[in-house]
Design a protein around this ligand. Sequence first.
Ligand code: COA
Length: 395
Amino acid sequence: MPKQLTDVVVIDAVRTAFGRAGEKGLFWKTRAEDLCVPLLKSLIERNPGLEPSMIEDSIWGVTNQVKEQGGTIGRMIPILAEWGWEIPGCSIDRMCASGLTAIGFSVSHIASGMADCLIAGGVEHMGHLPMGFMRDPHPRAEELLGGPSAFNMGMTAENIHDRYQQFTKEMADEYARNCQEKTDRAIRAGKMKDMIIPIEVELADGTRMTADSDQQPRPGTTLEGLAGLKTPFREEGGRVTAGNASGLNDGAAVVLLMSGAMAEKGGFQPKMRWVASAAAGVDPTVMGIAPVPATEKVLKKAGLTMDDIDIIEINEAFAVQALFFLDHFGLQPDDPRVNQWGGAIAFGHPLAASGPRLVAFLCGIFRENPQARYGLTTMCVGRGQGYSIIWENTK
Ligand SMILES: CC(C)(COP(=O)(O)OP(=O)(O)OC[C@H]1O[C@@H](n2cnc3c(N)ncnc32)[C@H](O)[C@@H]1OP(=O)(O)O)[C@@H](O)C(=O)NCCC(=O)NCCS
């Protein structure tokens, strides 16, 4: 017998600063789990009335589930936060959308009545566990995925440029420059302050500092500077550069989700309400186009059109892939609804952490725009997938 879905709301969303992967990174000497634990502690501090015992599962997205990120990190995080053995946990992999999928699956748990209160997060320490580390693809994978470029995300972005030549390198660079400008404006206006939880860290040279701001943004980026960068994924005639791609980063983010009834009973103020989720698959050699079918699906499920969406948070794995999405929906590259506070080209993209980062941004932007009703979070995924969720502002 069909059952009515339970209302699902976001109560809070926080993240670490995003560091650069590698020895010069903020988190070179910090383990992945230790990025997550302070976030859990902050959820308790920021949400009076919230007790660890209320949390029924800890669902974490993580792409590279080996070494410090293996062994079911989703279960280990609440234990390391000293929340006790009673909080279960698991880890989910949908590559870049692992964290957004953790949120989507958590929503389904609550909507179906299986839980009332969950945390859903994402973490990736790309410095300790680089992309593809210890992976052993099936011998037939290359043939079935469409060729070797399907394994290299930068090459998939070059493939989009090849296939859709209306998106030029100049357009990608302009998009990237605008992203850096929006990011710089947002940071200087203090928009990151509420969502970033400061963490005490030791750097590679032994000095200690508080990691409370993102390391990746490059304010002052110019078109001239971008034009001169190397194209590492294709030496001759390439268009994808370090400037118009997201970076390699370390970071974590987490979202606190509740049923509407529990939020009301406990006096928790919801930031937004879940409307619909959808995943879609495309040709893996142009994986970046996948937010288009995922978003078409989710709009259909929600009974909405793109005209109804007031705020769009798209994860910019590569500028060309965001340009493809915007063009498909008839939006200009500088549409004010899109990535108002900047995006992954500037902030960086610690894979599984980026989905919950988008949710944190949408919560903040909704709060500043009470007239905005619907918002979209959408991401592309290696191996050719897209994942989109629509949310409603609860003001
Ligand atoms: C593109 C990529 C290879 C670049 O890596 P990198 O070489 O370590 O990047 P860096 O930050 O060192 O930048 C390279 C150069 O570009 C310069 N640069 C980067 N961004 C710039 C900007 N906005 N303006 C001017 N110069 C810039 C750097 O200063 C550096 O110059 P240098 O070589 O003279 O020191 C890497 O970021 C990458 O693989 N990105 C994609 C990640 C990915 O696939 N994620 C999954 C998505 S699905």
